[in-house]
Design a protein around this ligand. Structure first.
Ligand SMILES: [Zn+2]
Length: 342
């Protein structure tokens, strides 16, 4: 089969199709997202356990189950599925509690085991989540990583009450778009933040009540801009950039007892926070990563019922995987780059 492999560089190679293990399913891949996570691996940034190369990339494939291991209960051949990228261990206390996002022994498809930028991928059956309704494979692949993570961030921050104002910084990226759409879909009034040279024209159509822009090295004015729209501050500040100044500005933008949540940190990022503000104003800062199974099921349900429609910035054939990753690394588009495998 053809697979996009990362070794000294990224290229499409001909390799043997994987054989599913006893607890695994074999998925015929139709589409797979192009993610910053793998770019970080390619650039040598550490992400927990280091990735061993060569590796087939592709963390979030969607396709059809064509075979299953002997220990998989039921008959799943023919099911349309999207793959939860993080594979929880399944037997720690967090997993037992349904808090799989916090499992310390999770592995990532396409990082710690071969991924789905290939004609076939074998994954543990428990991370092959049925695609609800008529959601196309391309949309399912665009959604299955970012939408559940955005939903998990919002839930970790205590959820949204109708009318709550929510700040999303980094709103043009795949995670930012998902956070914007999920927060708006749950009844929040969303202030969408983006760099001043990013394409923001489409953000109101995704549900943004207002668009706030800032310079690359200038997050200082953001909190003041927020107060122009929300004089008491925002209930939740969601950062999708990993920028220390933007995360800090989000905390400074919070209303009384507000929650700030972030799911990435750029190398060298530092926070500039006044601890007096945190305790006197009852503020909470959450670090968030991955998602629970419930977030994946509920996130895909939000896509199936039309609450969230992940924007697909571009689709590339597998043969053009290098161009696809190059585009995903730029900030000149809104939403997700997807590889169309078949
Ligand atoms: Zn676990």
């Amino acid at each position: 089969m053809r697979a996009a492999r990362l070794s000294d560089r990224l290229r499409v190679e001909e390799i043997d199709s994987p054989v599913p293990g006893p607890d695994e399913v074999l998925v015929e891949v139709h589409a797979v997202g192009v993610n910053q996570l793998e770019r970080a691996v390619m650039n040598g940034a550490r992400l927990g356990a280091p990735a061993l190369l060569p590796r087939t990339v592709g963390i979030d494939p969607a396709g059809v189950i064509v075979a299953q291991g002997a220990a998989v209960a039921g008959d799943h051949v023919g099911e349309r599925v999207a793959i939860k990228p993080n594979v929880p261990c399944g037997d720690c206390g967090f997993c037992a509690d349904g808090a799989e996002a916090d499992c310390r022994r999770q592995q990532v498809v396409g990082v710690h085991r071969d991924g789905g930028a290939a004609e076939y991928v074998a994954v543990p059956a428990r991370v092959a989540i049925p695609i609800p309704g008529q959601v196309p494979f391309t949309v399912a692949a665009a959604a299955v990583h970012s939408v559940p993570i955005a939903l998990h961030m919002i839930r970790r921050a205590g959820g949204i009450r109708p009318g709550d104002t929510v700040l999303v910084t980094g709103a043009t990226g795949a995670l930012g778009c998902a956070a914007l759409q999920v927060a708006a879909g749950l009844g929040g009034k969303v202030l969408a933040g983006a760099l001043e040279d990013e394409p923001v024209d489409g953000l109101p159509g995704l549900g943004a009540a207002a668009v706030l822009t800032y310079g690359r090295d200038d997050a200082d004015g953001l909190a003041e801009q927020v107060r122009g729209h929300a004089p008491d501050g925002v209930a939740i500040a969601i950062d999708a950039t990993g920028s220390g100044p933007l995360i800090s500005a989000g905390v400074r933008s919070l209303a009384w007892a507000g929650h700030a949540v972030f799911a990435a940190a750029l190398p060298g990022a530092r926070l500039d926070l006044d601890p007096r503000e945190l305790y006197t104003r009852r503020l909470t800062l959450h670090g968030s990563a991955a998602a629970d199974y419930a977030d994946v099921r509920d996130g895909l349900a939000l896509v199936a019922d039309g609450t969230v429609t992940p924007p697909v910035a571009a689709e590339f054939p597998l043969a053009e995987v290098v161009d696809a990753y190059a585009m995903a690394g730029r900030r000149d588009h809104v939403g997700k780059v997807v590889l169309h495998v078949r």
